[in-house]
Each structure stands twice: as C-alpha cells, then as structure tokens.
Design a protein around this ligand. Structure first.
Ligand code: UD1
Length: 472
C-alpha cells in the first residue's frame, strides 16, 4: 500500500470535518511540518468519528443490574484452606516451569502525584529511596530465586514516558535483572477532542495526544510482538500489575494456582474496601457479567449498602488491578476483533490553542479503554480476596491517604513484622525499616537470611549481600 500524499491526507481530514488541524501549516518550519504530518498519519479518523459520535449520544449510563461477585475469601473454611494449599503448590510449579510472564502497566501519567517523570521512578523506599520500579524488580527477582526460574518482564510505557523509562532502567542497571529479559512496549496515543468532536491541537504543529488507557495493554501486547515472544518462551499466563503500589506481589503462587486450576481466562485480586468512600473500583456483576464498577458509577445508596448477614459493605471487593490473564485469551480477543473494549470518556480541561494560535484552555475529552472490561468476555474467572496490609498501598496522591507517606509507613510496618521474633533485631529501635524482598518476604526467611543490616540516619535497611539472596 503506498503512503497517501500530503494532499490526500489533507483531503481526508477535510472530509472528516477535521481540516482545522492544517490551519497553521503555512506558518510552520519544515521540521514542525514533519512532526505534524507524522502525528496526523497515525490518527485513525474512523475511530475519531466514533469518539465524536459518542460525545453526541447521551452521557447518562443505562441503569444496570448490579450484584456482588463470588470470591475466594480471606476467611477460609477448612475445605477452602485445603484448596488454597493445593493451588499454591500448582502456582509454585507453574512459576518454576517458567510459564508465567510479568506485565507492568506504566504508561499513565503521575499527574495527581505532581511528579514530573515516569511514576515508577518515584522514590518510595523508607530508608534508601528505592524507586517503585526497583521494588517491582526486587519482588520479581525474589520470586525467581525462590522458585528457580528466569523471569521475563514486559513493561508497558506510553510515548509520553517511554524514553525516560528506558533510560531509568538502564541507569539503574536493570535492577540486577538481565537486560535481555526485559521488554518495553508502548501503548497507543489518541487525540483528545473538544465538546464538538474536533481534534484538539496542543500547539500549531502538535495534536493533543493522550494514552489510550490500560485497556490498550492488550492491543499493544499483540501489536508489539510481545505475545509472540511469550509463546516462543513458553509463557502461558501473564501476571498483570500496576506501577503504583510497592506492596504488589506479582508472583503469588496462590493466585496463579487458583486461576490456573479454574481454567480461568482472566482473574482478579481484590481487597475489602477501607470504607464506603474509598475511591477504588469494585468488582461486581453488571447485568450478570463480571466487571469493575468505578467509584463514580456506584450510586450513594449502593456505596453504603450492607450485606445483611455479615454487616460488610455489599460492594466490598475493591479492585487492586492485579490480574492473571491467559496468553491465548488475549490472542483470541486480538484475532477476533473482540479487543474492541468499550470506550470511557474523561472530561478534562486541556491546554490547547485558539484559532489564532494563542494558548487557551479548552473543555475537552480524552478516550480510554480499561483492561478490566475484558472480564466480561471471560467464561471463567477467579476473584481472590487478599490482605490490604500486605499487598495494597498505592501512591496516588501527593499527600493524605494513598500517598508517599502512607506507602513508606506501610513498608516500615511490614519490615517490623518481618523482624518480629528475631533475636538480634528490635523494630522499635529504628525510625524507618526497609527490607528488600530479595532478603525476605516472610519472618521465617528473615530469620534465616537477614544477618546484616545497614543503619542509615536512624533507619535500617536490609539488602541482598554479595553471597546472594534467599536460598531456594
Ligand atoms: C485504578 C482502577 C481502579 C482501582 C485502582 C487501584 C481504573 C479506571 N481504575 O484507578 O478500579 O481500584 O486503580 O489502584 O483503572 N495506565 C497505563 N496507561 C494508561 C492509563 C493508565 O499504563 O493509559 C496505568 C498507570 O500507569 C497505572 C494504572 O494503569 O499503573 C492505573 O491507572 P490510574 O489512572 O492511576 O488508575 P486509578 O484511577 O488509580
């Protein structure tokens, strides 16, 4: 297929009612023209038209029939306990056999945090300032030592942070992982529109582009060739996780095992909500299909509704965005065109330019898909309840709840829990505690491996020593 000429490109945009993107063409430097042309060639005008039509249709979501999901609970019966033991053994075997690949989604912008850089570069270690990326790397590597496998890690970035993310990993020597086991892939960027469906310009020669949401992971895994690499390497299941919680456990044998045993296509971890107002999505059945109901989509009544028998919130299954996904499930979605996940609209004030080219703010719209909408396409899915205190402490806000301060406090608390009962260490002696996951993730491991601690400014840190980390 030959590349259409600039005239043809222009005609296509004119015809689509988007000719204004060429308004300043004659004023642009050649290099700016090239930038704009490159961006315009990447625009899917049919998709833009669909997005425009969405804006014209009513925003009010159709009333749905919502119900809480079944889940594998933290408070287990003896039978469930036995099932959990069996599943964890299966999960450990799958890890050891190299069947699990790790997928981190880190394409979003850390704007709420007020941090100018890839969110994963944010420093969160309570003693060493170890970054979020470094925590994730340490957990993956700890699992690779424990179960004995060579971990493959797929990191999704977006055009906005790809260069910086790669440079950060390189500068940190890939956190001790081998470079050839790391795969970076980028998600798509889409033009934001104004309220009338017109493409917004960020400047005379640039569109205002935004990442297409974490639902874009599935298409990007396919388009980047990552799924093929996984197939070649024998990876059958993906452990999907978000960048923002340093407590996340991407290599959890119980979760992997329950998901595999059920033959599930995609499974999810949840935590009980902190309270009715916690701004997490909840897993639930929407008209009988599993999905995630965002905080803003749950009416006040439903947010507060309680289960009569237990007194717990009825919609209590807080989504921590940790999923197990079968590789062939993504392949089948990608090949059948079913990757067409529903579009979610985010209305934002967007920095743009007016007709004269002067900077202005516009009430605009960004379009995203969400990975959890693929849950509706599963035939079988496991929902596993896990302990918030051990697995979920996201860094979302600059201060207050879910902030760097709360995440650091949680890492110190977990460090103190790991130290408890050790004859040589007393957590109360330190203002901050940081235990690298490669040293220990359980008190037993800490007792057998943590000989040396390094004291830093009233805090203490335990890091893997030269002799190597946790024994298998
Ligand atoms: C998300 C979930 C919410 C869940 C909460 C748990 C959505 C819409 N909601 O909320 O149900 O309870 O996490 O922490 O996701 N990302 C990309 N590309 C994008 C957009 C996001 O890679 O285009 C990544 C981010 O880097 C981040 C993750 O997805 O790792 C979550 O994105 P974010 O926008 O922070 O979601 P939340 O609103 O916190």
């Amino acid at each position: 297929m030959s590349i259409p000429s600039l005239e043809a490109l222009r005609a296509d945009f004119e015809e689509a009612g988007q000719g204004h993107v060429f308004r300043h063409w004659a004023e642009l430097e050649p290099s700016q023209q090239r930038t704009l042309e490159r961006q315009l060639r990447a625009v899917d005008l049919a998709l833009v038209a669909r997005h425009g039509a969405l804006l014209q249709s009513s925003d009010a979501a159709a009333a749905s029939n919502l119900a809480p999901p079944d889940f594998f609970p933290l408070n287990r019966s003896a039978e469930q306990e036995a099932q959990a033991r069996q599943a964890a053994a299966l999960g450990a075997n799958l890890l050891a056999a190299g069947k699990i690949g790790f997928v981190l989604v880190a394409g979003g912008q850390g704007s709420r945090l007020g941090f100018d850089g890839p969110k994963g570069a944010f420093e969160i270690g309570p003693v060493t300032n170890k970054s979020l990326f470094a925590w994730h790397a340490a957990r993956i590597q700890a699992a690779s030592y424990r179960y004995g496998f060579d971990p493959l890690w797929f990191v999704m970035t977006s055009e906005a942070n790809d260069d910086e993310t790669r440079a950060f990993f390189e500068a940190q020597d890939y956190f001790g992982l081998s470079k050839q086991n790391l795969f970076f892939f980028t998600q798509d960027m889409l033009p934001a529109l104004d309220a009338n469906g017109r493409i917004l310009l960020a400047s005379k020669h640039e569109l205002f582009l935004a990442p297409d949401g974490h639902g874009g992971t599935l298409a990007a895994l396919s388009a980047s060739g990552a799924l093929e690499v996984m197939a070649e390497e024998g990876i059958e299941q993906l452990s999907y996780f978000q960048v923002d919680s340093p407590l996340t456990r991407p290599a959890d044998p119980l979760f992997i095992g329950l998901h595999a045993e059920a033959g599930a296509q995609m499974s999810s971890k949840v935590v009980p909500k902190r309270d009715a107002h916690e701004k997490v999505g909840v897993l639930g059945l929407v008209d009988g299909k599993l999905g995630c109901i965002e905080y803003s989509d749950l009416t006040d009544d439903l947010r507060h509704a309680r289960n009569e028998a237990t007194g717990e919130l009825l919609f209590n299954a807080g989504n921590i965005a940790a999923h197990m996904i079968r590789r062939d499930f993504i392949e089948s979605l990608a090949s059948g065109g079913a990757l067409d996940l529903p579009w979610h609209i985010a209305r934002k004030s967007i920095p743009s330019i007016d007709a004269a080219g002067a900077p202005t703010q516009v009430d605009g719209v960004k379009f995203e898909t969400f990975v959890f909408d693929a849950l509706a396409r599963t035939r079988s899915s496991v929902v596993l309840e896990v302990e918030r205190a051990q697995e979920f402490s996201p860094v979302k806000n600059a201060e207050g709840s879910d902030s760097p301060e709360t995440a650091r406090a949680d890492l110190t608390r977990i460090g103190a829990e790991l130290m408890a009962g050790h004859p040589d260490w007393n957590a109360a002696d330190f203002t901050a505690i940081e235990i690298d996951p490669r040293v220990a993730e359980t008190p037993e491991e800490f007792r057998t491996t943590a000989a040396h601690g390094r004291k830093v400014n009233g805090g203490i840190v335990f890091e893997p020593d030269q002799e190597g980390p946790v024994a298998g």
